[in-house]
Design a protein. Structure first.
Length: 344
């Protein structure tokens, strides 16, 4: 079994703080991905693949590995690997099965195929942890430090709470909502306790900006599709930890939905959390779900995200932009670092 070899630049630790971090999700390996042309023109300092990086959906690991190779063979992807450092997390389709959680029987084999493709080192903890491929990265130094935290929302995820087929077709679907509801099971989780202990330790590490790179939407209250809202204890626990440890500078990026939007959440927090959902690189979904935390409009055209920081300002300015197939800005949110850093 052979794999596309990524450029060595994909694994180097950056000595200089990134100014432009690009991200995206939901790219189908059997479709053209022309948006890579715009992404490559950006010459970003980092690209984050947020999940559904291929559509594997199989119990056959030979098929799964072949689908990664189809992505690896695309010229735009090859160019990206030579120009830009890359980090990646999976979601359900590259994990192996639509909406799958801890019950997926081939997750260990899928893990190794995924990490081989992204050229994860042989000794990486991501290859051997008994509870998933979660990880974090630290870039830059001093007052220009950026941490990227990537939780694994698949390996440990407990069962989803489904509504009945009748309710889905007579109510949910008509409201552009999916078939899931928040779990009512005590301590139900996507992360599992060991990963939670790890995440708490990551949150308290010093960094001026902390990017939580989530394969699923975090801030929207309820869509009926997969999201943090289906596991309310997980979501509440994250918010509690941010307040408890006085964590400054949290920004959320997410994928999965097949539409793009910006969400902002202020309830019971000391500063507004902003999330940009970028989805997809190829996939589109016309029946966009309601989201009371949405800022402005949404897009169901193909898109990628751009998180840029102007470090030259006395109070650095953060710009979150969602961009289309030609690299033009579809929507944008700008705010100062001090506005998300209330804690001394």
């Amino acid at each position: 079994m052979s794999f596309t070899v990524l450029s060595n630049t994909a694994k180097l630790v950056m000595q200089n703080t990134p100014q432009k971090i690009l991200f995206g999700s939901c790219g189908h390996q059997d479709k053209d991905i022309p948006i890579f042309d715009a992404i490559n023109k950006e010459e970003g300092d980092l690209f984050i693949f947020l999940g559904d990086n291929i559509y594997g959906d199989t119990n056959d690991m030979t098929v799964l590995a072949d689908k990664y190779q189809r992505l690896g063979a695309k010229s735009g992807f090859k160019t990206l690997t030579t120009k830009t450092p890359i980090i990646a997390m999976w979601d359900d389709h590259d994990y192996g099965q639509n909406d799958a959680g801890k019950e997926y029987p081939h997750k260990e084999a899928s893990r190794q195929i995924m990490l081989d493709f992204w050229q994860e080192p042989a000794g990486s903890k991501r290859r051997t942890r008994p509870d998933g491929i979660y990880t974090s990265y630290m870039y830059g130094a001093g007052d220009q430090t950026i941490q990227v935290i990537m939780p694994d929302l698949r390996w440990n995820r407990d069962a989803l709470n489904h509504v009945s087929e009748l309710e889905y077709f007579t109510k949910r679907k008509l409201a552009n909502q999916g078939p899931y509801s928040p779990s009512t099971v005590k301590n139900a989780s996507m992360l599992g306790e060991t990963q939670w202990q790890w995440l708490e330790k990551e949150l308290i590490k010093p960094a001026k900006i902390k990017i939580i790179a989530s394969s699923l939407q975090l801030l929207p209250d309820f869509t009926g599709w997969e999201s943090w809202a289906n596991f309310p204890n997980d979501r509440a626990r994250l918010f509690t930890l941010i307040k408890k440890h006085k964590v400054n500078g949290v920004i959320i990026i997410s994928g999965d939905t097949h539409w793009g939007e910006i969400s902002q959440y202020t309830e019971q927090l000391d500063y507004p959390l902003t999330e940009m959902t970028s989805s997809g690189l190829t996939e589109k979904w016309k029946d966009v779900s309601p989201n009371k935390h949405r800022v402005g409009d949404y897009t169901h055209e193909v898109n990628y995200g751009d998180l840029s920081i102007d470090w030259l300002k006395a109070d650095p300015v953060i710009s979150l932009s969602l961009k289309g197939i030609e690299g033009k800005v579809i929507m944008q949110s700008q705010f100062s670092l001090s506005s998300i850093s209330p804690y001394k």
